[in-house]
Design a protein around this ligand. Structure first.
Ligand code: FAD
Length: 313
């Protein structure tokens, strides 16, 4: 009779270790996922050119929409408006304009929303926003206090399509995970039809969040926000107070290639594509990419996922 293999041997690991199903393969049976892309409004002429080169490169991928962020307290109001308005007039894309209510009266926010509507923008990503400089949030005395109030206000102005923010790792100032889910439900009940999540790196955390949302009665799509990372030190700093955990394994990928941008970008495409493909294997078929106004990583990842340029763009 053969002796049992030592517990630490490769054979024992093979016999007792978990089995994993294959990742989805590109085939006619697997439709390409639906994608949306996020940009930020440019501050300078050079950044404006970078943004438009980014938009032009990604346009043929026919995303379902592209969104443009809104600076804290309305600091980018004119630039956000100019960017989404130009997307309407000069491209085949459907823009979604972000809008925050922090530091503004209802009248001011409503005016911005009306200007969006008049410029042909029909989709708003409605957010509370943060106080610039990191001070504790206080609602404006005449303002919309929270994003749920903003959603209701926008719906009174016009029949906008509205997306809202969600936090798989919980919003950093939420009193509890359940309170945060209640808040998400309030935003959807007020008229939003989709949630887009903050970026995250741990897929099980996102999948558990979906389970909890469903248990809380949330059935609207919760679209994972994907942040391709090519600079580990930068993402650690950027994630500081946001509640997003940056796992140690992510850092290991970049050990020793800190000064090698080309290799870091290849690694970034691999990590993000693997994250998305694992989520696809769990049935998720729409994704929102934080492009940081740089198209190449997003383009490469989209290509890996089977998203190809459409004719005529
Ligand atoms: C997809 C996405 C896009 C974003 N785009 C931008 C952008 O363009 N510009 C920008 O400045 N920021 C942006 N943000 C950041 C966002 O503004 C911040 O995360 C902000 O802190 C919370 O915004 P919210 O809309 O989620 O707020 P809310 O949904 O209002 O929630 C904020 C916090 O308040 C709590 N809360 C809600 N209602 C109540 C209540 N009645 N009483 C007590 N507590 C309550 C919630 O649980 C949560 O902790 C974005 C975030 C995401 C995920």
């Amino acid at each position: 009779m053969n002796a049992a293999p030592p517990a630490s041997s490769p054979l024992a690991r093979w016999l007792t270790g978990p089995r994993f199903a294959g990742m989805p393969v590109l085939s006619d049976d697997l439709p390409a996922p639906l994608l949306s892309f996020e940009f930020f409004p440019p501050r300078t002429e050079a950044l404006e050119q970078q943004l438009w080169a980014c938009i032009r490169r990604l346009e043929p991928l026919a995303p379902r929409f592209v969104s443009v962020t809104y600076g804290a307290g309305g600091s980018t109001q004119a630039r956000t408006h100019a960017t989404v308005a130009r997307i309407v007039t000069d491209t085949t894309l459907t823009p979604a304009a972000h809008l925050t209510c922090v530091g503004a009266s209802r009248g001011e926010v409503d005016d911005v929303a009306r200007q969006y509507w008049d410029a042909g923008i029909r989709h708003i990503v409605a957010l509370r926003g943060d106080v610039p400089g990191g001070a504790a949030y206080e609602p404006h005395p005449d303002g919309y206090a929270y994003a749920a109030d903003l959603v209701a206000g926008l719906k009174r102005i016009a029949d906008f399509e509205i997306s809202v923010a969600a936090y798989p790792e919980i919003h950093p100032t939420a009193t509890s995970p359940l309170a945060d889910l209640d808040n998400l439900k309030r935003k959807l009940d007020a008229g939003a039809t989709r949630a887009i999540t903050n970026y995250f790196f741990d897929n099980p955390t996102f999948l558990r969040f979906l389970d909890l949302a469903l248990a809380a009665g949330i059935t609207a799509p919760i679209v994972p926000g994907i942040m391709p990372v090519s600079n580990y030190a930068q993402i650690v700093k950027f994630s500081g107070t946001s509640g997003v955990k940056v796992p140690a394994w992510l850092g290991r990928y970049f050990e020793g290639v800190e000064d090698d941008m080309e290799t870091r970008r290849m690694i970034a495409a691999h990590i993000a594509a693997e994250q998305v493909r694992t989520l696809q294997a769990n049935g998720i078929d729409e994704f929102h990419f934080y492009t940081l106004n740089r198209p190449d990583l997003t383009y490469a990842i989209a290509h890996i996922l089977g998203v190809r340029p459409t004719a005529g763009t």
